[in-house]
Design a protein around this ligand. Structure first.
Ligand SMILES: NC(=O)c1ccc[n+]([C@@H]2O[C@H](COP(=O)([O-])OP(=O)(O)OC[C@H]3O[C@@H](n4cnc5c(N)ncnc54)[C@H](OP(=O)(O)O)[C@@H]3O)[C@@H](O)[C@H]2O)c1
Length: 353
């Protein structure tokens, strides 16, 4: 039996995780948490909001699935890594914001860090036991979101409803907006850097509209390995929760005779500047990735509330990154301070807009 603690149980990932757990008798849901939605009876131990590490202390799980959205998931990520409890990580924002601190905690704790993001789950499988020197480049695919092919002018007036209509993935609102701006791929780029120890100039992003190839690794010998499958988050969730067993899921095998075509394009960095801003923040290091994430969270919330236009999200993030000093955080307190400062700067901008 594997005892699972599911944090963020009411969200898009959380609900799909419950389906996977219910289908596998060897997985036992021992604890569940949400931010504010009542979840009485969902698991033997439940908690709504507050310090979720208290729930983890009581539950003592074998694996934590962190499916919280945003920086709020950080204490859960750090608790699992520090305690050597396997971490199935959907909450990419925590690894982006706290990359160095999180890796140090994993080093001390010694547990597994299993990505649930489909691209990183795919990349982990393609990379296998290869060393970074054997890898030429890691390629992350992006669907391009609902506004692929549009110009900047065409995006000036888009509404939250239009941005929430994702072509291939059905996800929570924050990541859906991040997919429309390509900030999601920017977060994933930084996440991949920390997960796989590759420098940024060896991680490439390509637009692949059907989301069938999730990641591809080019090796130094000229070969490349790709991971394919229909876009369905139950696959990477199941992979992480049942690792290394690769248990069965209800997802259909890929039908190659159905006329499947694989199309790839370079991303349009001018129309979607958040991808380039994330790369820049990642390369600068220190608390720049933390500031990128914080500014983006605030700007996305302001867009969804009607306080910022769509193009204002990237403008707000860019200005915040220009203003913060990006000094590396030596501890959690300094990281939280960097996150707060970036939020404060971006909030001012959203109020003024
Ligand atoms: N959805 C996907 O397909 C997908 C794919 C790859 C990666 N991810 C990543 O997975 C994470 C979750 O995404 P999602 O789409 O599932 O989001 P979502 O549908 O918005 O769900 C978010 C979950 O987080 C909980 N939550 C929010 N604030 C919290 C807080 N302060 N403390 C504790 N719990 C809190 C919510 O609880 P309440 O219901 O109480 O608000 C909810 O259970 C994100 O980091 C996202 O980037 C998602």
């Amino acid at each position: 039996m594997r005892k699972v603690a599911l944090i963020g149980a009411t969200g898009s990932i959380g609900r799909q995780a419950i389906e996977i757990i219910e289908a596998h008798p060897e997985l036992e849901l021992v604890a569940a948490a949400s931010g504010s939605t009542p979840i009485d009876g969902l698991a033997p131990l439940t908690q709504v909001g507050g310090d979720l590490t208290e729930l983890l202390e009581r539950a003592r799980p074998d694996v934590v699935l962190n499916a919280v959205v945003g920086f709020a998931g950080l204490p859960v990520t750090l608790w699992a890594l520090e305690h050597g409890v396997d971490l199935a990580l959907a909450n990419k924002e925590s690894l982006v914001a706290a990359g160095d601190l999180a890796l140090a905690a994993r080093e001390r704790g010694g547990g597994l860090l299993l990505p649930v993001d489909s691209e990183h789950s795919a990349a982990m499988q393609c990379l296998g036991d290869h060393t970074p020197e054997q890898v030429h480049t890691l390629v992350l695919t992006a669907s391009g979101g609902p506004f692929r092919g549009r110009t900047r002018e065409e995006l000036a007036e888009v509404t939250p409803d239009a941005a929430l209509a994702h072509p291939t993935w059905n996800m929570g609102p924050k990541i859906t907006i991040d997919s429309a701006t390509l900030a999601n791929k920017g977060l994933e780029l930084i996440e991949a850097h920390f997960l796989f120890g590759l420098p940024y100039d060896r991680i490439e992003v390509v637009v692949h509209p059907t989301s069938v190839v999730h990641a591809l690794v080019r090796f130094r010998d000229g070969s490349a390995l790709a991971h394919l499958g229909y876009p369905d988050m139950r696959v990477p969730i199941s992979f992480a929760l049942t690792y290394p067993d690769r248990a069965a899921t209800p997802v259909q095998p890929l039908d190659l005779a159905s006329g499947l075509t694989l199309e790839f394009h370079a991303p349009d960095l001018e129309t979607f500047p958040l991808l380039a801003l994330a790369r820049e923040a990642g390369k600068r290091g220190g608390t720049y990735p933390c500031a990128f994430n914080a500014a983006n969270e605030v700007a996305v919330a302001a867009f969804l509330d009607g306080r910022l236009p769509f193009l204002g999200i990237a403008d707000a993030v860019e200005q915040t990154l220009d203003e913060v000093d990006g000094t590396p955080a030596r501890n959690l307190g300094e990281l939280v301070a960097a996150d707060r400062e970036a939020r404060r700067l971006t909030e001012q901008r959203a109020v003024a807009a």
